[in-house]
Design a protein around this ligand. Structure first.
Ligand code: CTP
Ligand code: MG
Length: 382
């Protein structure tokens, strides 16, 4: 028996209460339209997605959503839009979820829990939230006719899941309802409520859009990490050794001793990046024992470091390096140095500064060069 799932997303409304110039499903939330959010959240569990677009916007929706998504013309009510989409559900799907473009942030996880419950034998499964307000029924003149028992109430969300047969049978009715479970209930089918989620809120008013935006931002859990690195090399006694520093070749300057090209600025940045990412240091990553890195330039090591840090999920916010020594004069080639280091780090923001040490220490005595670097990394995980 097939257990594939089709998802219907009615998006045919105009969004009058939201008051935008465009149909609500085309309004942007954090850089993507509401319908794109809804489709992206449902796609992982769906074998087929059918979107009901507002009349006249079919091509716009097709372009936006791509060829994998079936776009149909919506009706004049939500129920009519669902009916139009239901006709296109492929028979290979055992289950159908009926969603709302307006509940754009409902999660894949919520959809998966509904499907689990259907696969466990339920015929109709809907998400619901307990209510915190007391709810009363009123008459036409706003006099209370009844106070409902709050603990027995649930505020119902979408996606709502059904076996395809149950949903088709329910839609034979010509009743207009605000949710599909309403039709299924009228057919005497038991409808199971499972726990919904805050992010499945229905975006109706501009305030709801602001709430959705806040939820989205709060969920992007950003981790910020700083790292520090230093390196030092002695100037070489060999006058033919050339200087490589900050990703540049310094003609006429005597180089430094060392197993690599001795680019203290590049090495300090590598260490700072590894430290920030918690990935060890230059030595533990590119040990002198590994022939692969023998003779690697500072820029090559930076590029490899960038790859490892990216692989661990981090993006560079910025890198800052200070070169300590009497020569060469960095200021004259600062922008070139920044460009070279940045290029090795895939365009990351880099600052380069330099200082002498007032004649003190090995750098002040002109015996060598050192560099100190910091790196700020950001990792975003949903
Ligand atoms: N819907 C639909 N076809 C309609 C009316 C509504 O497909 N003729 C969809 C909406 O696009 C939305 C969902 O049903 O995804 C829930 O409707 P609602 O939130 O009321 O959206 P709108 O009708 O667009 O908004 P409004 O009532 O403020 O105009
Ligand atoms: Mg409406």
């Amino acid at each position: 028996m097939s257990d594939l799932v089709a998802v219907i997303i009615p998006a045919g409304g105009s969004g009058e209460r939201l008051g935008a110039q465009l149909p609500k499903a085309l309004v942007q939330l954090a850089g993507r339209t509401l319908i794109e959010h809804a489709v992206a959240n449902m796609a992982p569990v769906a074998s087929q997605i059918i979107v009901a677009a507002p009349t006249g916007y079919e091509d716009h929706f097709k372009k936006l959503l791509g060829t994998e998504i079936t776009v149909v013309t919506g009706g004049s009510t939500r129920t009519a839009s669902v009916k139009a989409a239901l006709e296109h559900v492929d028979k290979s799907n055992e289950y159908v979820l009926v969603h709302d473009a307006a509940r754009s942030l409902a999660s894949t996880e919520l959809a998966a829990r509904i499907i689990d419950s259907l696969r466990a034998g339920e015929k109709a499964v809907i998400p619901g939230m307990t209510v915190s307000d007391t709810i009363k029924k009123v008459d036409a003149n706003n006099y209370v006719t009844k106070t409902l028992t709050r603990s027995k109430l649930r505020a119902i969300q979408t996606p709502q899941g059904f076996t395809r047969k149950v949903l088709i049978a329910a839609h034979k009715s010509s009743d207009e309802v605000t949710d599909d479970a309403g039709l299924v209930e009228s057919n005497g089918i038991e409808v199971k409520v499972i726990t919904g989620e805050e992010r499945a809120l229905k975006i109706t008013t501009p305030g709801d859009l602001a709430t959705a935006n806040r939820l989205l931002i709060a969920e992007i859990n950003t981790e910020i990490r700083v790292g520090i690195g230093t390196d030092a090399h002695a100037f070489s006694a060999d006058p033919n050794r050339t200087l490589h520093l900050a990703g540049l070749h310094w003609l006429g300057e005597v180089g430094v001793d060392g197993h690599s090209d001795g680019d203290v600025a590049a090495h300090a940045i590598c260490d700072a990046l590894f430290a920030a990412a918690g990935l060890g240091d230059l030595g533990s990553n590119f040990g002198t024992a590994d022939p692969k890195y023998a003779g690697a330039t500072g820029s090559q090591l930076l590029s490899e470091t960038f790859a490892r840090v990216s692989e661990a999920g981090y993006a560079i916010n910025n890198v800052s390096v200070q070169i300590v020594g009497n020569r060469p004069k960095i200021g004259l080639r600062r922008s070139e140095a920044i460009a070279a280091l940045s290029a090795a780090l895939n365009g990351a923001a880099v600052s380069v500064s330099a200082t002498t040490t007032d004649g003190l220490g090995f750098t002040g005595e002109g015996k060598g060069l050192s560099a100190i670097a910091t790196a700020l990394l950001v990792r975003s995980a949903r």
